[in-house]
Design a protein around this ligand. Sequence first.
Ligand SMILES: Nc1ncnc2c1ncn2[C@@H]1O[C@H](COP(=O)(O)OP(=O)(O)O)[C@@H](O)[C@H]1O
Ligand SMILES: [Mg+2]
Length: 255
Amino acid sequence: MESNMKPKLEVKNITKTFFSDKGAFQAVEDVSFQIREGEFLVLLGPGRCGKSVLLNIISGLLEQTSGAVYFNGQEIHGVNPEISMVFQKTAVMPFKTVQQNVELGLKFAGMDKKKRAEISEHYINLVGLKGFEKSYPPQLSGGMKQRVGIARAYATNPEVLIMDEPFGQLDAQTRYSMQNEILRISAEEKKTVLFVTNNIEEACSLGDRIVLLSACPARVKEIYDLNYLPKPRDIVSKEFLDIRQKISDNTDLAL
Ligand SMILES: Nc1ncnc2c1ncn2[C@@H]1O[C@H](COP(=O)(O)OP(=O)(O)O)[C@@H](O)[C@H]1O
Ligand SMILES: [Mg+2]
């Protein structure tokens, strides 16, 4: 196995069942896949299929019923600081400026002010928010708030970035431009990314590989390798439309 092919993260036979007064509810069933170092892996599945439950297990916020998660070959338990999350509704703090928001994790880690400012400047520029350092989130559009969340996640320099439907709340036009932005950003700052979406076109535009999940409980239906399609991809090319159709034909629910 080539060194750049070694798994950074491995999800092995993960199952999650919630128990309540009403009985047992299975959200994830025997899910296994690997994320290679430097890979942009997309998890594609219908709404409420168990994607966020799975991500919360991978990031250590939730405990699995069975199975294991390995990071650099070691089984992990609990929250891993080397994994950063970007959420659908970015948890940007409205009373802190863009710069303060981006520096939050760095401040928490005890980094001094000068170093924090250098790093936040770099990532604010990277996500295209130069000039908005002193703005407050309520003054920003939805797309710009997501840029703040992305800059904040990158700024802590985690080994793995997890993005949970980060563009799900954006209008179609903004979503499309943010997809292009994330392609540009991930080409500039090579990272291992696990990106979750319920949108097939988004998955096909961004994914080096796509893990297609079933309807709830989430099971792996198929793993598609799209490395034969160089990025940025021409979304009206025959190759693109072919793979998009192939995946669409294999989905449980309309995506
Ligand atoms: N803490 C919980 N307790 C019980 N059920 C939950 C819990 N978290 C999520 N679920 C259920 O698991 C299913 C999958 O949820 P989720 O992973 O959030 O879906 P999505 O794929 O849209 O991210 C849903 O039916 C949801 O209600
Ligand atoms: Mg979700």
